[in-house]
Design a protein around this ligand. Structure first.
Ligand code: GLN
Length: 409
């Protein structure tokens, strides 16, 4: 085989040639390679609800095997519109506003491709879910980052500076991406914070693209607020969500966007040319999932609260400083106590020598140095998995009384 890189034309797109591989997905491969416990990629290692698996089986048995309508099966779009109204008080027309996509990942890239032009800027809070950067670049836009600052106390909140956010908005700003509850920090944006964002969006005529995939995974009495529910935002918000996290089916790839009709129309075209449609029988199962009773969501949140409160004491005992998440199923930690040169050296040691995979903090920042002391753990796992991870992590414990064990990585 000839070396494509050595060819004078090198054949690669300029956009893609600057991308690095997804670190989250790479850590899953590393976990498999080393037989490590995977607390890196955020997918559950327990079963999805029986009712929705049955609904998927029945849909296949009933020969729902051909394309759904490109922007989504009517049953699912109706359920999405109904639930957005029930949960957030936002009226949605399923005929003109909802587009079902192959996961919220496709929903995000289809949205950005539908709204961005070359020279546009997209504001992103960092640390950020790693797809948002490449998504912006693929759509021709430039990401502009605004810092979320870690809490100074063990149970404090991640915050942003209002002036720093304002300084990121100007005439080329097309959109801001808001992910609440947030991956990787577990921050749940408050109404007051969302109102600051709303006011800037209105003042600078900017869209809000919100990733709300963890909307039902909330702790300590926090409340999820869709920015689309705030006055003045309905005509400038694209709400992204999906089945993956709420129904523990990350591999089904069913997500969606809710957008004002004119924007939905553009998203539908991009989505159609990219994928034609999301899996038809799984969309039918999605309609059943969205009809589960209220207790399902309460149990989901309570189950994750217990897992959070199982893993965090173990991490703390092993020597990590944990930033308490208020939502989603990740915990960001500070690894300073272990004395490694950086997060990459630490996670490499963790996966190969300790037998636990985690995500290096640098993959959530534009400048890797900003995440060099941070590592993210996912706790969407069975108790046995978390307990075995905890046992292995104890091998890390800084052993001298001063709490320092210098290691090379
Ligand atoms: N959202 C999950 C995470 O952050 C999984 C991402 C993915 O690999 N699609 O780990």
């Amino acid at each position: 085989m000839s070396d494509v890189a050595a060819h004078p034309k090198h054949f690669l797109s300029d956009k893609v040639s600057h991308f690095t591989e997804s670190v989250i997905r790479e850590m899953t491969r590393q976990a498999m390679l080393h037989g490590a416990i995977n607390l890196a990629q955020g997918f559950p290692d327990f079963s999805a609800p029986g009712e929705i698996k049955k609904a998927a089986q029945e849909a296949i048995a009933a020969d729902v095997n051909q394309y759904a309508i490109t922007w989504g099966a009517k049953t699912l779009r109706n359920a999405i519109a109904r639930q957005m109204n029930a949960w957030q008080g936002v009226p949605v027309d399923p005929e003109t506003q909802v587009t079902v996509c192959c996961g919220s990942t496709e929903a995000m890239i289809s949205t950005l491709l539908a709204v961005c032009n070359a020279g546009d800027e997209v504001v992103i809070f960092e640390p950020y879910y790693e797809n948002y950067g490449p998504d912006s670049i693929l759509s021709g836009a430039k990401p502009r980052f605004v810092k979320l600052r870690p809490p100074s106390t063990a149970d404090g909140e991640w915050t942003f500076d209002e002036q720093e956010l304002r300084a990121a908005f100007h005439k080329h700003t097309k959109a801001i991406i808001v992910n609440t509850p947030n991956n990787p920090t577990g921050k749940v944006f408050t109404r007051a914070e969302l109102e600051i964002i709303r006011d800037l969006c209105v003042e600078f005529d900017v869209l809000a693209i919100t990733d709300e995939i963890y909307e039902h995974i909330l702790y300590d009495g926090t409340q999820h607020i869709s920015i689309a529910s705030l006055e003045g935002m309905q005509d400038r918000t694209i709400t992204i969500n999906g089945m993956s996290k709420t129904y523990s089916v990350t591999g089904w790839r069913v997500g969606w966007t809710i957008a004002p009709p004119r924007i939905a129309d553009a998203i539908r075209k991009v989505h159609d040319f990219l994928t034609v449609g999301a899996p038809a029988p799984l969309q039918e199962a999605g309609a059943s999932a969205l009809s589960l009773p209220e207790t399902y969501y309460r149990n989901l949140a309570e189950g994750y609260r217990k897992r959070r409160d199982r893993l965090i004491p173990a991490l703390t005992e092993a020597g990590f400083k944990c930033f308490l998440p208020r939502g989603a199923y990740y915990v960001m930690t500070d690894i300073s106590a272990f004395g490694f040169p950086d997060d990459l050296a630490f996670t490499k040691h963790l996966v190969s020598e300790i037998g636990v995979a985690a995500v290096p903090g640098s993959s959530f920042y534009r400048d890797p140095r900003d995440g060099a002391r941070q590592v993210r753990f996912a706790f969407c796992k069975r108790d046995e998995t978390l307990d075995e991870a905890a046992k292995r992590l104890m091998k890390l414990r800084p052993s001298d009384p001063a709490g320092r064990k210098m290691q090379g990585g």
